[in-house]
Design a binder for this molecule. Structure first.
Ligand code: CA
Length: 439
Protein backbone atom coordinates (compact mmCIF):
# COMPACT_ATOMS: atom_id res chain seq x y z
CA UNK A 1 0.00 0.00 0.00
CA UNK A 2 1.35 3.43 -0.92
CA UNK A 3 -0.07 5.09 2.18
CA UNK A 4 0.27 3.79 5.71
CA UNK A 5 -2.38 4.24 8.35
CA UNK A 6 -1.33 7.02 10.73
CA UNK A 7 -2.77 9.36 13.35
CA UNK A 8 -4.95 11.13 10.73
CA UNK A 9 -6.98 7.91 10.33
CA UNK A 10 -7.40 7.12 14.02
CA UNK A 11 -11.03 6.11 14.72
CA UNK A 12 -11.09 8.09 18.01
CA UNK A 13 -10.14 11.39 16.39
CA UNK A 14 -12.81 14.08 16.90
CA UNK A 15 -13.13 17.60 15.51
CA UNK A 16 -14.21 20.91 17.07
CA UNK A 17 -16.55 21.09 14.05
CA UNK A 18 -19.45 19.24 15.70
CA UNK A 19 -21.16 18.06 12.50
CA UNK A 20 -17.99 16.15 11.57
CA UNK A 21 -18.45 13.91 14.62
CA UNK A 22 -21.97 12.81 13.75
CA UNK A 23 -22.31 9.18 12.79
CA UNK A 24 -23.02 8.70 9.10
CA UNK A 25 -21.48 11.95 7.84
CA UNK A 26 -19.45 11.51 4.66
CA UNK A 27 -16.88 14.01 5.88
CA UNK A 28 -15.47 13.16 9.34
CA UNK A 29 -12.04 14.54 10.28
CA UNK A 30 -10.51 11.29 8.96
CA UNK A 31 -11.64 12.15 5.40
CA UNK A 32 -10.64 15.79 4.57
CA UNK A 33 -11.39 15.77 0.82
CA UNK A 34 -10.48 18.78 -1.35
CA UNK A 35 -12.77 20.85 -3.56
CA UNK A 36 -13.22 24.31 -5.07
CA UNK A 37 -16.05 26.66 -4.13
CA UNK A 38 -17.20 30.23 -3.85
CA UNK A 39 -19.60 31.78 -1.40
CA UNK A 40 -23.16 32.29 -2.60
CA UNK A 41 -23.60 35.77 -4.00
CA UNK A 42 -19.84 36.26 -4.26
CA UNK A 43 -18.64 36.38 -7.84
CA UNK A 44 -14.99 36.70 -6.82
CA UNK A 45 -12.19 34.19 -7.21
CA UNK A 46 -13.05 30.68 -6.03
CA UNK A 47 -11.12 29.12 -3.15
CA UNK A 48 -9.86 25.67 -2.38
CA UNK A 49 -11.67 24.10 0.55
CA UNK A 50 -11.60 20.93 2.62
CA UNK A 51 -14.93 19.35 3.57
CA UNK A 52 -15.47 18.85 7.30
CA UNK A 53 -18.94 17.71 8.41
CA UNK A 54 -21.43 20.12 6.85
CA UNK A 55 -18.81 22.90 6.64
CA UNK A 56 -16.00 23.88 4.29
CA UNK A 57 -12.63 24.92 5.65
CA UNK A 58 -11.52 27.80 3.38
CA UNK A 59 -7.82 27.19 2.71
CA UNK A 60 -7.27 30.70 1.37
CA UNK A 61 -8.46 32.14 4.71
CA UNK A 62 -6.51 29.50 6.65
CA UNK A 63 -3.37 30.53 4.74
CA UNK A 64 -3.96 34.26 5.33
CA UNK A 65 -4.39 33.54 9.04
CA UNK A 66 -0.84 32.15 9.05
CA UNK A 67 -1.94 28.64 9.92
CA UNK A 68 -0.05 26.98 7.04
CA UNK A 69 3.23 28.80 7.69
CA UNK A 70 5.24 25.70 8.55
CA UNK A 71 4.47 24.12 5.15
CA UNK A 72 6.81 24.53 2.12
CA UNK A 73 6.20 27.70 0.04
CA UNK A 74 5.14 25.71 -3.04
CA UNK A 75 2.40 24.01 -1.02
CA UNK A 76 1.25 27.28 0.56
CA UNK A 77 1.02 28.78 -2.95
CA UNK A 78 -0.99 25.78 -4.18
CA UNK A 79 -3.49 26.38 -1.35
CA UNK A 80 -4.05 29.95 -2.63
CA UNK A 81 -4.93 28.76 -6.16
CA UNK A 82 -8.47 28.65 -7.54
CA UNK A 83 -8.18 25.10 -8.88
CA UNK A 84 -6.63 21.94 -7.45
CA UNK A 85 -4.20 21.54 -10.39
CA UNK A 86 -1.16 23.12 -8.63
CA UNK A 87 -1.73 20.97 -5.53
CA UNK A 88 -2.20 17.88 -7.70
CA UNK A 89 1.00 18.65 -9.65
CA UNK A 90 3.14 18.70 -6.48
CA UNK A 91 2.61 14.97 -5.92
CA UNK A 92 1.58 12.91 -2.95
CA UNK A 93 3.97 14.42 -0.40
CA UNK A 94 2.07 17.69 -0.72
CA UNK A 95 -1.49 16.44 -0.22
CA UNK A 96 -0.17 14.25 2.58
CA UNK A 97 1.55 17.15 4.40
CA UNK A 98 -1.56 19.32 3.95
CA UNK A 99 -3.80 16.55 5.26
CA UNK A 100 -1.63 16.19 8.37
CA UNK A 101 -1.71 19.96 8.98
CA UNK A 102 -5.49 20.23 8.52
CA UNK A 103 -6.06 17.23 10.76
CA UNK A 104 -4.03 18.93 13.54
CA UNK A 105 -5.93 22.16 13.01
CA UNK A 106 -9.39 20.62 13.07
CA UNK A 107 -9.06 18.13 15.92
CA UNK A 108 -10.72 18.96 19.24
CA UNK A 109 -7.46 20.06 20.82
CA UNK A 110 -6.37 21.92 17.67
CA UNK A 111 -6.15 25.64 16.97
CA UNK A 112 -9.79 26.66 16.98
CA UNK A 113 -9.91 30.09 15.30
CA UNK A 114 -12.15 32.96 16.51
CA UNK A 115 -15.76 32.47 15.38
CA UNK A 116 -15.66 35.62 13.25
CA UNK A 117 -12.62 34.49 11.25
CA UNK A 118 -14.70 33.20 8.29
CA UNK A 119 -12.44 30.18 8.21
CA UNK A 120 -15.52 27.96 7.84
CA UNK A 121 -18.27 28.30 5.27
CA UNK A 122 -21.46 26.26 5.66
CA UNK A 123 -21.85 23.95 2.65
CA UNK A 124 -25.42 25.26 2.35
CA UNK A 125 -23.98 28.74 1.61
CA UNK A 126 -21.36 27.61 -0.92
CA UNK A 127 -21.45 26.96 -4.65
CA UNK A 128 -19.20 24.09 -5.64
CA UNK A 129 -17.21 24.19 -8.86
CA UNK A 130 -15.27 21.61 -10.84
CA UNK A 131 -12.31 20.73 -8.59
CA UNK A 132 -9.72 21.34 -11.29
CA UNK A 133 -9.13 22.09 -14.92
CA UNK A 134 -9.62 18.70 -16.59
CA UNK A 135 -7.40 18.58 -19.66
CA UNK A 136 -8.25 15.05 -20.70
CA UNK A 137 -10.83 12.47 -19.75
CA UNK A 138 -10.63 8.72 -20.36
CA UNK A 139 -13.40 6.26 -19.54
CA UNK A 140 -12.59 2.60 -18.87
CA UNK A 141 -14.82 -0.48 -18.80
CA UNK A 142 -13.37 -2.24 -15.77
CA UNK A 143 -16.38 -4.18 -14.45
CA UNK A 144 -16.51 -7.61 -16.04
CA UNK A 145 -20.10 -7.89 -14.79
CA UNK A 146 -21.14 -4.71 -16.61
CA UNK A 147 -19.24 -5.75 -19.74
CA UNK A 148 -20.94 -9.16 -19.65
CA UNK A 149 -24.43 -7.78 -18.90
CA UNK A 150 -24.21 -5.28 -21.76
CA UNK A 151 -22.52 -7.76 -24.07
CA UNK A 152 -25.35 -10.26 -23.51
CA UNK A 153 -27.93 -7.68 -24.58
CA UNK A 154 -26.15 -7.02 -27.87
CA UNK A 155 -24.39 -10.35 -28.54
CA UNK A 156 -26.19 -13.13 -26.61
CA UNK A 157 -23.88 -15.84 -27.96
CA UNK A 158 -20.63 -13.97 -27.42
CA UNK A 159 -21.08 -11.46 -24.59
CA UNK A 160 -17.43 -10.91 -23.64
CA UNK A 161 -14.92 -10.18 -26.39
CA UNK A 162 -11.64 -12.14 -26.20
CA UNK A 163 -9.46 -9.10 -25.43
CA UNK A 164 -11.38 -8.21 -22.23
CA UNK A 165 -9.32 -10.29 -19.79
CA UNK A 166 -6.04 -8.93 -21.19
CA UNK A 167 -6.71 -5.25 -21.94
CA UNK A 168 -8.17 -2.66 -19.54
CA UNK A 169 -10.46 -1.38 -22.32
CA UNK A 170 -11.19 2.34 -22.48
CA UNK A 171 -12.05 5.21 -24.82
CA UNK A 172 -11.15 8.88 -24.89
CA UNK A 173 -14.04 10.94 -23.53
CA UNK A 174 -14.77 14.62 -23.86
CA UNK A 175 -13.37 16.88 -21.13
CA UNK A 176 -15.22 20.07 -22.19
CA UNK A 177 -18.67 18.69 -21.27
CA UNK A 178 -17.75 17.54 -17.76
CA UNK A 179 -19.88 19.43 -15.24
CA UNK A 180 -20.02 19.52 -11.47
CA UNK A 181 -22.80 17.80 -9.51
CA UNK A 182 -26.04 19.80 -9.46
CA UNK A 183 -25.63 21.23 -12.96
CA UNK A 184 -28.90 20.84 -14.90
CA UNK A 185 -28.51 18.99 -18.16
CA UNK A 186 -30.37 18.93 -21.48
CA UNK A 187 -31.57 15.81 -23.22
CA UNK A 188 -29.42 15.57 -26.36
CA UNK A 189 -30.55 15.44 -29.96
CA UNK A 190 -29.02 12.85 -32.21
CA UNK A 191 -29.43 10.21 -34.84
CA UNK A 192 -31.64 7.37 -33.63
CA UNK A 193 -32.80 4.28 -35.43
CA UNK A 194 -35.33 1.89 -33.96
CA UNK A 195 -34.97 -1.80 -34.77
CA UNK A 196 -36.81 -2.43 -38.03
CA UNK A 197 -36.58 1.16 -39.26
CA UNK A 198 -34.91 1.47 -42.65
CA UNK A 199 -33.14 4.76 -41.93
CA UNK A 200 -32.33 6.89 -38.89
CA UNK A 201 -34.08 10.11 -37.92
CA UNK A 202 -32.69 13.10 -36.01
CA UNK A 203 -34.34 14.18 -32.76
CA UNK A 204 -34.28 13.95 -28.95
CA UNK A 205 -32.68 10.81 -27.52
CA UNK A 206 -35.43 8.43 -26.37
CA UNK A 207 -33.31 6.03 -24.31
CA UNK A 208 -31.52 8.26 -21.83
CA UNK A 209 -29.46 6.50 -19.16
CA UNK A 210 -26.87 7.02 -16.44
CA UNK A 211 -23.75 5.01 -15.61
CA UNK A 212 -22.41 5.04 -12.04
CA UNK A 213 -18.62 5.17 -12.08
CA UNK A 214 -15.70 5.96 -9.82
CA UNK A 215 -13.37 8.62 -11.22
CA UNK A 216 -9.76 9.22 -10.27
CA UNK A 217 -7.78 12.40 -10.81
CA UNK A 218 -4.12 12.37 -11.83
CA UNK A 219 -1.76 14.08 -9.40
CA UNK A 220 1.84 14.20 -10.56
CA UNK A 221 2.01 13.65 -14.33
CA UNK A 222 4.44 11.67 -16.47
CA UNK A 223 6.50 12.82 -19.43
CA UNK A 224 5.57 11.83 -22.97
CA UNK A 225 7.39 8.61 -23.81
CA UNK A 226 7.90 7.67 -20.14
CA UNK A 227 5.36 5.03 -19.09
CA UNK A 228 4.39 4.71 -15.42
CA UNK A 229 5.31 1.30 -13.98
CA UNK A 230 2.60 -0.45 -12.01
CA UNK A 231 4.64 -0.25 -8.79
CA UNK A 232 4.58 3.57 -9.04
CA UNK A 233 1.07 4.03 -10.48
CA UNK A 234 -0.71 5.01 -7.26
CA UNK A 235 1.84 7.76 -6.63
CA UNK A 236 0.34 9.49 -9.65
CA UNK A 237 -3.28 9.30 -8.39
CA UNK A 238 -4.48 12.31 -6.39
CA UNK A 239 -7.90 11.03 -5.35
CA UNK A 240 -11.37 9.77 -6.17
CA UNK A 241 -14.74 11.23 -7.12
CA UNK A 242 -18.04 9.92 -8.45
CA UNK A 243 -18.78 10.09 -12.16
CA UNK A 244 -22.11 9.88 -13.95
CA UNK A 245 -21.41 8.96 -17.56
CA UNK A 246 -24.80 10.02 -18.98
CA UNK A 247 -25.53 7.86 -22.00
CA UNK A 248 -28.07 8.13 -24.83
CA UNK A 249 -28.49 4.45 -25.65
CA UNK A 250 -30.30 4.93 -28.96
CA UNK A 251 -27.67 7.35 -30.28
CA UNK A 252 -24.93 5.07 -28.94
CA UNK A 253 -26.33 1.87 -30.49
CA UNK A 254 -26.49 3.45 -33.95
CA UNK A 255 -23.10 5.22 -33.94
CA UNK A 256 -20.74 2.99 -31.95
CA UNK A 257 -19.45 0.76 -34.74
CA UNK A 258 -16.72 0.83 -35.91
CA UNK A 259 -14.99 3.45 -33.72
CA UNK A 260 -16.78 3.34 -30.37
CA UNK A 261 -18.66 5.85 -28.18
CA UNK A 262 -19.07 9.39 -29.54
CA UNK A 263 -22.12 11.71 -29.34
CA UNK A 264 -24.15 9.23 -27.29
CA UNK A 265 -21.75 10.01 -24.43
CA UNK A 266 -20.11 13.40 -25.03
CA UNK A 267 -23.17 15.60 -24.34
CA UNK A 268 -22.53 15.59 -20.57
CA UNK A 269 -20.62 13.88 -17.76
CA UNK A 270 -21.27 14.86 -14.11
CA UNK A 271 -18.68 14.61 -11.33
CA UNK A 272 -19.02 14.97 -7.56
CA UNK A 273 -17.28 18.11 -6.24
CA UNK A 274 -15.11 16.60 -3.47
CA UNK A 275 -11.93 14.70 -4.27
CA UNK A 276 -11.22 12.07 -1.61
CA UNK A 277 -7.50 11.36 -1.46
CA UNK A 278 -6.15 7.82 -1.72
CA UNK A 279 -4.55 8.51 1.66
CA UNK A 280 -7.98 8.96 3.30
CA UNK A 281 -8.97 5.55 1.90
CA UNK A 282 -5.91 3.71 3.28
CA UNK A 283 -7.89 1.76 5.95
CA UNK A 284 -10.26 0.44 3.30
CA UNK A 285 -7.81 -1.04 0.82
CA UNK A 286 -8.25 -4.71 -0.01
CA UNK A 287 -6.93 -7.28 -2.45
CA UNK A 288 -7.53 -6.83 -6.17
CA UNK A 289 -10.44 -8.84 -7.62
CA UNK A 290 -9.74 -12.57 -7.55
CA UNK A 291 -9.98 -13.82 -11.10
CA UNK A 292 -12.06 -16.96 -11.54
CA UNK A 293 -10.26 -20.25 -12.15
CA UNK A 294 -9.22 -20.47 -15.78
CA UNK A 295 -8.92 -16.71 -16.43
CA UNK A 296 -5.47 -15.63 -17.64
CA UNK A 297 -3.32 -13.70 -15.15
CA UNK A 298 -2.67 -10.06 -16.09
CA UNK A 299 0.39 -9.66 -18.33
CA UNK A 300 3.53 -8.90 -16.26
CA UNK A 301 3.45 -5.12 -16.89
CA UNK A 302 -0.01 -5.02 -15.24
CA UNK A 303 0.99 -7.04 -12.19
CA UNK A 304 2.75 -6.25 -8.91
CA UNK A 305 2.60 -8.02 -5.54
CA UNK A 306 1.48 -4.76 -3.94
CA UNK A 307 -1.36 -4.25 -6.43
CA UNK A 308 -2.54 -7.86 -6.07
CA UNK A 309 -2.60 -7.52 -2.28
CA UNK A 310 -3.85 -3.92 -1.91
CA UNK A 311 -5.10 -2.77 -5.32
CA UNK A 312 -8.80 -3.00 -4.45
CA UNK A 313 -10.92 -0.50 -2.52
CA UNK A 314 -13.83 -1.69 -0.36
CA UNK A 315 -16.07 1.13 -1.60
CA UNK A 316 -19.86 0.72 -1.77
CA UNK A 317 -21.42 2.52 -4.73
CA UNK A 318 -25.12 3.38 -4.94
CA UNK A 319 -27.60 4.95 -7.38
CA UNK A 320 -30.77 6.74 -6.22
CA UNK A 321 -33.61 8.21 -8.27
CA UNK A 322 -36.33 10.79 -7.59
CA UNK A 323 -38.95 11.70 -10.19
CA UNK A 324 -40.69 15.09 -10.42
CA UNK A 325 -43.86 13.54 -8.91
CA UNK A 326 -41.83 12.08 -6.04
CA UNK A 327 -40.30 15.50 -5.36
CA UNK A 328 -43.73 17.18 -5.51
CA UNK A 329 -45.20 14.64 -3.09
CA UNK A 330 -42.24 14.78 -0.71
CA UNK A 331 -41.28 11.15 -1.38
CA UNK A 332 -37.61 10.38 -0.74
CA UNK A 333 -35.43 9.06 -3.60
CA UNK A 334 -35.42 5.29 -4.07
CA UNK A 335 -32.28 3.21 -4.41
CA UNK A 336 -31.85 1.60 -7.82
CA UNK A 337 -28.59 -0.25 -7.20
CA UNK A 338 -25.79 -1.00 -4.76
CA UNK A 339 -22.49 -2.53 -5.83
CA UNK A 340 -18.97 -2.82 -4.48
CA UNK A 341 -15.91 -1.42 -6.19
CA UNK A 342 -13.97 -4.47 -4.92
CA UNK A 343 -15.46 -6.48 -7.76
CA UNK A 344 -13.88 -4.46 -10.56
CA UNK A 345 -11.79 -6.67 -12.85
CA UNK A 346 -9.05 -4.04 -13.17
CA UNK A 347 -7.51 -1.88 -10.42
CA UNK A 348 -6.87 1.87 -10.63
CA UNK A 349 -3.14 1.16 -10.92
CA UNK A 350 -3.69 -1.25 -13.81
CA UNK A 351 -5.85 1.27 -15.68
CA UNK A 352 -3.29 4.06 -15.25
CA UNK A 353 -0.32 1.81 -16.07
CA UNK A 354 -2.01 0.50 -19.19
CA UNK A 355 -2.95 4.04 -20.29
CA UNK A 356 0.67 5.21 -20.10
CA UNK A 357 2.21 1.93 -21.35
CA UNK A 358 2.53 3.29 -24.91
CA UNK A 359 4.23 6.42 -23.59
CA UNK A 360 1.05 8.52 -23.38
CA UNK A 361 1.52 11.34 -20.88
CA UNK A 362 -0.87 12.15 -18.05
CA UNK A 363 -1.18 15.68 -16.71
CA UNK A 364 -2.26 16.88 -13.26
CA UNK A 365 -6.06 17.08 -13.21
CA UNK A 366 -6.66 14.53 -15.97
CA UNK A 367 -9.70 12.42 -15.13
CA UNK A 368 -9.83 8.66 -15.58
CA UNK A 369 -13.09 6.85 -14.84
CA UNK A 370 -13.57 3.20 -14.03
CA UNK A 371 -16.54 2.38 -16.23
CA UNK A 372 -19.93 1.37 -14.85
CA UNK A 373 -19.68 -0.29 -11.44
CA UNK A 374 -21.87 -3.40 -11.64
CA UNK A 375 -21.77 -6.66 -9.74
CA UNK A 376 -23.14 -10.14 -10.46
CA UNK A 377 -26.49 -9.67 -8.66
CA UNK A 378 -29.66 -7.96 -9.90
CA UNK A 379 -29.33 -5.33 -7.15
CA UNK A 380 -25.86 -4.39 -8.31
CA UNK A 381 -26.50 -3.27 -11.88
CA UNK A 382 -25.10 0.22 -12.43
CA UNK A 383 -27.17 1.42 -15.41
CA UNK A 384 -30.81 1.38 -16.52
CA UNK A 385 -29.72 -0.47 -19.67
CA UNK A 386 -28.85 -3.43 -17.45
CA UNK A 387 -31.70 -3.06 -14.92
CA UNK A 388 -34.39 -2.75 -17.60
CA UNK A 389 -32.75 -5.29 -19.90
CA UNK A 390 -32.63 -2.71 -22.69
CA UNK A 391 -36.21 -1.60 -21.99
CA UNK A 392 -37.81 -5.06 -21.60
CA UNK A 393 -38.41 -4.75 -17.82
CA UNK A 394 -40.00 -1.80 -16.06
CA UNK A 395 -39.02 -0.30 -12.70
CA UNK A 396 -41.92 0.69 -10.41
CA UNK A 397 -41.65 4.00 -8.57
CA UNK A 398 -43.57 4.65 -5.31
CA UNK A 399 -45.89 7.06 -7.18
CA UNK A 400 -47.08 4.29 -9.52
CA UNK A 401 -44.92 5.69 -12.32
CA UNK A 402 -42.86 3.26 -14.36
CA UNK A 403 -39.38 3.61 -15.83
CA UNK A 404 -37.24 1.79 -18.33
CA UNK A 405 -35.02 4.79 -19.11
CA UNK A 406 -34.93 8.34 -17.66
CA UNK A 407 -37.93 10.68 -17.96
CA UNK A 408 -37.86 14.50 -17.93
CA UNK A 409 -37.00 15.91 -14.54
CA UNK A 410 -35.74 12.64 -13.01
CA UNK A 411 -32.92 13.34 -10.59
CA UNK A 412 -30.13 10.74 -10.48
CA UNK A 413 -28.07 10.76 -7.28
CA UNK A 414 -24.85 8.75 -7.00
CA UNK A 415 -23.29 8.01 -3.60
CA UNK A 416 -20.26 6.03 -2.44
CA UNK A 417 -18.73 5.28 0.94
CA UNK A 418 -16.35 3.02 2.84
CA UNK A 419 -17.26 1.47 6.19
CA UNK A 420 -15.13 -0.90 8.22
CA UNK A 421 -15.00 -1.79 11.92
CA UNK A 422 -14.46 1.22 14.20
CA UNK A 423 -13.35 3.52 11.39
CA UNK A 424 -15.81 6.33 10.72
CA UNK A 425 -17.54 6.18 7.36
CA UNK A 426 -15.54 7.89 4.61
CA UNK A 427 -17.90 9.13 1.89
CA UNK A 428 -17.37 10.59 -1.56
CA UNK A 429 -20.41 12.86 -1.14
CA UNK A 430 -23.13 12.96 -3.80
CA UNK A 431 -23.12 13.40 -7.55
CA UNK A 432 -26.51 14.79 -8.63
CA UNK A 433 -28.00 15.60 -12.00
CA UNK A 434 -31.42 16.37 -13.42
CA UNK A 435 -32.07 15.85 -17.11
CA UNK A 436 -34.27 18.59 -18.54
CA UNK A 437 -36.07 18.59 -21.90
CA UNK A 438 -34.49 20.18 -24.95
CA UNK A 439 -35.33 23.88 -24.99
CA1 CA B 1 -19.00 4.60 -19.15
Amino acid sequence: MVYSIDQTHHPDLRSWVESANQKGTDFPIQNLPFGVFHRQGDSGTPSIGAAIGDQILDLAVVGRAGLLQDLPDSLQAACRASTLNPLMALGRWASSALRTRLSELLRVDGQKPPTDSQILVPMAEAVMQLPCHIGDYTDFYASIFHATNVGKLFRPDNPLLPNYKYVPVGYHGRASSIVVSGTALRRPNGQRKRPGEAAPSFGPARLLDYEVEVGFFIGKGNELGRPVAIAQAEEHIFGLCLVNDWSARDIQAWEYQPLGPFLGKSFATSVSPWVVTLEALAPFRCPAFTRPEGDPPPLPYLRSPQDTEWGGIALTVEVWLQSVQMRDQGIEPIRLSQATFQQMYWTLAQMLTHHTSNGCNMRPGDLLASGTVSGPEDVSKGSLLEISQRGAKTIDLPTGEKRTFLAEGDEVILRAYCEKGDYPRIGLGACRGIMLPIE
